[in-house]
Design a protein around this ligand. Sequence first.
Ligand code: GDP
Ligand code: MG
Length: 598
Amino acid sequence: ERQRHIRNFSIIAHIDHGKSTLADRILEMTDTIAKRDMQAQVLDDMALERERGITIKLNAVELHYKAKDGQTYIFHLIDTPGHVDFTYEVSRSLAACEGALLVVDAAQGVEAQTLANVYLAVDDDLEIVPVINKIDLPSAQPDVVKEEIEEMIGLDGDDAILASAKAGIGIEEILERVVSDIPAPKGDVEAPLKALIFDSVYDSYRGVVLNVRIEEGAVQVGDMIELMSNGKKFEVTEVGVMSPKAVKRDYLMAGDVGYITASIKTIQDTRVGDTVTNADRPAEKALEGYRKITPMVYAGVFPTDNAKFNDLRDALEKLQLNDAALEFEPETSKALGFGFRCGFLGLLHMDVVQERLEREFNLDLIMTAPSVDYHVKKTDGTEITVENPAEMPDVSEIREISEPYVKANIMVPNDYVGPVMELAQRKRGEFVTMDYLDKYRVNVIYNLPLSEIIYDFFDDLKSNTKGYASLDYEITGYRPSDLVKMDILLNGDPVDALSTIVHKEFAYDRGRGVVSKLKETIPRQNFEVPIQAAIGTKIISRATIRAYRKDVTARIHTGDPDRRAKLLDKQKRGKKRMKAVGSVEVPQEAFMSLLEVN
Ligand code: GDP
Ligand code: MG
């Protein structure tokens, strides 16, 4: 029957190794997309993805492949993001698959995210088919990469397919191997419906669109379905598959990957990882779902116009449907008014959320500098979690502050071990160990405070190693540190949204840095504005913005022309985003200046 001809698989790889390009070739080879409609990285359909050349969201498409055995197979291909911030998207798409193509760049070899993704696939018991991509490059070293695949991943290197997604080499072999190596799905078609929601998106006409993998049973238009986590019932209005545009179907059955709509208007009802079942013949037990993911960084998000608070809430709720890792709760700032404290997986995630809120929901936002969450033991014996530096209790009430630590795996060629260690030490890193992976490469392991890694660690790492280092990290726990809250006062008033938690050793330097940065970013007003950095009641740094005179343009002191251009660009976009803080007009980038100092 039909199920025997279904193959559900994902493509996993380190960023830039060629997943999206390979997906393009596969779509072409299977005539899923007509040549004239083909554009590069066609599955990256979000404007933001196209501009940045990265995959942010997982994407599922159905395609049909006529194999050499004369039979036609139905493939569900799920393209996934490679950046460490979006690992959660990867783990969700893998749960919907029986196998994965593991793409490794023939010139770069196995990297940190390659391994991290392999571990996810192994956890899900997926069949892994290794593909060595970019063999067209003069610098390609397929034999070295084969060895790495054997030694570091434990797969037979000779099984690896040699391919070039760009030049279209090896694509047919890949498709044949999908048929022969990846098992067909097994679920019982006659059983009660069990469908895993792996993604969802809000559509103003159809309501919530559920992207599902049917594990057991079948579903068709008119069925009453039930969401197992909350017992809510809905009547199915449409089922179909993405190919890559939505194509309606009569039914979906065990093994299929597709979508369901059921006039679901209340966003709060649906949750990624939930199980959909038949209302009149419910499954006994829900599918395992996904582990809950905790954000790593938090930032305040405020509308520039306070009247837009409800629009922002609405936008966050809709975005959360499509971005299960996003968290938010209302926050009030004396300086910025009503907004939300949002939790993100990392800075790239935060950046993407901000851009999506602005573009897809037409909002103007002020974001505060990101912060990690701290565990605070108070002198009265209680313990609290502080996600917002402004809420850090007074020094006199604090016994101990702990901060999150990560174990960072940094893979780097031999020659760059020195600079990597120097950087890690400077970021308060604690050396753990160092393994030689092969003759050329080393895996350096450090324990590092998360707060040091989220800002510009990755950028610094790349620039210190000519782009050769790759990074992967996981939170390992909390450790007490010598931390203090640094306040910033404008015109004598503390601005809660500018408070940060800093390590005591760096407090003076950071205070000085932030004050001078603010002096540059805050435009002159028609009165003199003193800026001060303070720890408790002690002022550690100060500067003054002189009163406004004509023809004064902000000066930017920064050596690197790239960085300067970026900054200017940010400023242009942030220009209209001024917020009156007390009597002082403060631009968006002032809040981010906390990030640029270290
Ligand atoms: P992803 O991040 O894994 O999705 O990678 P992309 O598919 O976006 O590819 C990253 C870059 O590598 C793009 O500039 C591609 O054009 C390029 N690329 C992908 N496959 C090949 C290949 O087989 N050969 C060469 N030379 N370049 C490739
Ligand atoms: Mg991609």
